[in-house]
Design a protein around this ligand. Structure first.
Ligand code: COA
Length: 251
């Protein structure tokens, strides 16, 4: 079964994370497919909006840890970096529909989305420190901008999860709905957006993000260098071994 489903209708490209047996954790192959889909959506005049969604029980458990160990991201042309750059510079509206756990990149990718709808079962977390790692996807910059340093420290230094109600209060998401309704509602909103003039949507988004995008790209690069180094250090090696062996890590 394809772990990423792609569907185009009414000007909306819907990318569905479809690997629920592994909690929609993302492999290199999935990052590559997502990055390629964003590139083609950018070039395709028939696509006006992209919507990323998961299942009503889970959005994404973040990086696939086993895959990560086998093929760690190597450099800026790696699939994960292509995906991160892709969402950071995507020029058309990008939307997400999130239910259940959104771990690591499952949360940080939302910082690059224009509209995010969530189920009341959504649980957001960025547990990089618990894994011996550092933030990615520009989150070391964007999370503090969104919620202020102290609340960002709770999320990034403590790695504490937060629920839909808090995400709503923080401005990370636009609306909370029953999980069974979120994907349909997000689709309806995406179609409403896709009916608007594309040139206006793109110019508006470009102007909203113009001063921020270069800073975000630079931060993604800096984080990537640190993340790559830390991945080989003892804390991350222990955290990942513990996950694979289904035990608590000892740092
Ligand atoms: N990478 C690889 N496999 C993962 C995974 C990940 N990030 N997250 C979950 N899985 C796998 C589990 O190993 C398990 O596989 P198995 O059935 O072959 O044993 C399966 O998905 C189900 O996961 P499980 O932990 O039993 O589900 P749960 O409902 O109890 O918990 C989560 C869901 C998302 C809270 C939990 O899986 C989790 O915390 N995952 C790790 C998140 C993480 O640290 N991500 C890395 C961010 S950089």
């Amino acid at each position: 079964m394809n772990p990423i489903l792609q569907h185009v209708e009414n000007g909306v490209l819907t990318l569905t994370l479809n690997r629920t047996d592994k909690k929609n954790s993302l492999t290199s192959a999935m990052y590559a497919e997502l990055a390629d889909a964003l590139l083609s959506a950018q070039a395709d005049a028939g696509i006006k909006v992209v919507l990323i969604q998961g299942h009503e029980t889970v959005f994404s458990a973040g990086n696939d840890i086993a895959d990560f160990l086998q093929q760690p991201a190597a450099g800026e042309d790696s699939p994960v970096f292509r995906f991160l750059r892709g969402i950071a510079v995507f020029a058309k509206p990008l939307m997400a529909s999130v239910c259940g756990p959104a771990v690591g990149i499952g949360t940080t990718m939302l910082l690059h989305c224009d509209l995010v709808y969530a189920g009341d079962n959504a649980a957001f977390s960025m547990p990089f420190v618990n894994l011996g790692l550092c933030p990615e996807a520009g989150s070391s910059l964007l999370v503090a901008q969104l919620m202020g340093h102290q609340r960002a420290a709770e999320a990034l230094l403590m790695g504490e999860p937060f629920l839909a109600e808090t995400a709503m209060e923080l401005g990370l998401i636009n609306r909370v709905l029953p999980p069974s309704e979120v994907n349909a509602y997000a689709q309806q909103q995406a179609r409403k957006m896709a009916a608007k003039p594309l040139s206006s949507l793109m110019e508006t988004k470009r102007l909203m993000k113009a001063s921020q995008t270069p800073l975000v790209l630079e931060r993604i690069k800096q984080e990537g260098a640190v993340f790559g180094r830390m991945l080989k250090e003892p804390a991350a090696v222990e955290a990942f071994s513990a996950f694979m062996e289904k035990r608590k890590p000892v740092f």
